[in-house]
Design a protein around this ligand. Sequence first.
Ligand code: ZN
Ligand code: ZN
Length: 206
Amino acid sequence: MIFEAMTVGSYLSNCYIVGSDETKEAAIIDPGAQFEKIDNKLKELGLIPKIIILTHAHGDHIGAVKNFIEMYSTKVYIHEDDTEMLKDPEKNFSKGITGKSISIIPDVELKDGDVIDLGGLKFEIIHTPGHTRGGICIKVENIMMTGDTLFNRSIGRTDFPGGSFDDIITSIREKIFKYDDETVVYPGHNSPSTIKSEKMGNPFLR
Ligand SMILES: [Zn+2]
Ligand SMILES: [Zn+2]
C-alpha cells in the first residue's frame, strides 16, 4: 500500500492518497482544495486517481473534486445520507469556504459495511453520523481515516445542520473504538493518533 498525507486549503484539511503497489490505482480521500498540489503528488508517486471517497460533504473536504472528475473521470463515492449536501451548495457551505458554489452528483452512494475494492486494497466503510448525517470513516489495512468525526484529542463540531453530539459520541464509542487499539487514526484536520491513544486521552470520550 502506498499512503500519503497532505494538508490542503485555508481550512487545513487533510487529504489522503491511498494507492495500490500492484496496479498503481489510487483512492483520494477528501481532496478539499489545491488540486495541483495533490495532482503533483500523484504524478510523483506514479498513481492514477481512480476514485474519490468523501468522509462527508462539507466544503473544506470537496473543493478539488471537480478538477479530478474533469481531468481523470475519477468516480466519486459518498455515504447516501450526505448526497443531498454534496449536491446543494447552500448545504455544503462551498461558497463561503472555497469562494465557488460546488454541486456534485456522486457516482456511488455508500452504506455502512460496504467494502470498496481497488487494486487489491479493501476500503471498509464505517457510517459514523454526528458531525454530519452521512459522515463515514474509511478503514484500509491498519489505518482509519476519520474525517471530522474523531480528531487527535478532540471530536468534530456538532452544531451544523445534521449534527448531533449524542450521535457523534455513540459513533466513536460503538463504531470506531471496537477496532484494534493499534489502528492508526488519520483525521480530517490536524495530526494522526491511534485508537488506543484516543480511548485513553480524548477529553470528550473518557
Ligand atoms: Zn466538516
Ligand atoms: Zn473539515
